[in-house]
Write a protein of this length. Structure first.
Length: 185
């Protein structure tokens, strides 16, 4: 009889324990899943912010590179005797300058505030000065000698130095903000 009563108690305790566990799982299981979903959504949101910030950094680098490349190509073409229309040059250089300015100032929209207005002014200003120097040289037929005028060479070299510094600054910011495991650019 004692064995039977003991078996009944064990069965009753087991049933109550199982019912308690089921009740706890029914109450805490959905909240645990919701918390996991929230954590995953927060992680996805952080990844999207990171992706957008890296994209903004890359866009700024590419825009300044495109402008720099265009300036060098026009100066090289003009120095070989090819005709370059100063007005066409001004329009394209202006378009590339607007794009570079837009992408540089868009960095702050992505929380990248370490690139200061002074950095923007330096890179954009040096590219503008190089553009103005090339434009003036085109108007004055200064490329007719078959080489780059000294003022143009100096302005383009200054623009390249500032662009290299700007790129290094952006690379450092990517490394600093996103760590060494960042995607390769």
């Amino acid at each position: 009889m004692f064995v039977t009563d003991s078996s009944a108690w064990i069965g009753l305790v087991g049933a109550l324990g199982g019912a308690s566990l089921t009740a706890l799982a029914g109450v805490y299981g959905p909240s645990f899943l919701k918390r996991k979903e929230r954590d995953q959504q927060e992680l996805d949101g952080r990844r999207q912010v990171t992706d957008a910030a890296i994209s903004a950094l890359v866009d700024a680098r590419l825009a300044t590179r495109r402008w720099q490349d265009y300036l060098e190509q026009v100066a090289a073409r003009a120095s070989t005797g090819s005709q370059v229309d100063p007005e066409d040059f001004s329009q394209e250089s202006g378009r590339l300058g607007d794009e570079a300015m837009r992408t540089c100032f868009a960095l702050s929209a992505h929380g990248i505030r370490r690139v200061t207005t002074q950095d923007h002014r330096w890179i954009l200003g040096s590219l503008r000065r190089a553009s103005a120097g090339i434009h003036d040289a085109l108007l004055g037929n200064a490329f007719i000698t078959g080489s780059w005028p000294d003022a143009v060479r100096q302005a383009v070299d200054e623009a390249e130095r500032s662009r290299v510094f700007f790129r290094a600054l952006l690379d450092h910011m990517i490394e600093e903000r996103f760590g060494p495991d960042r995607p390769a650019l």
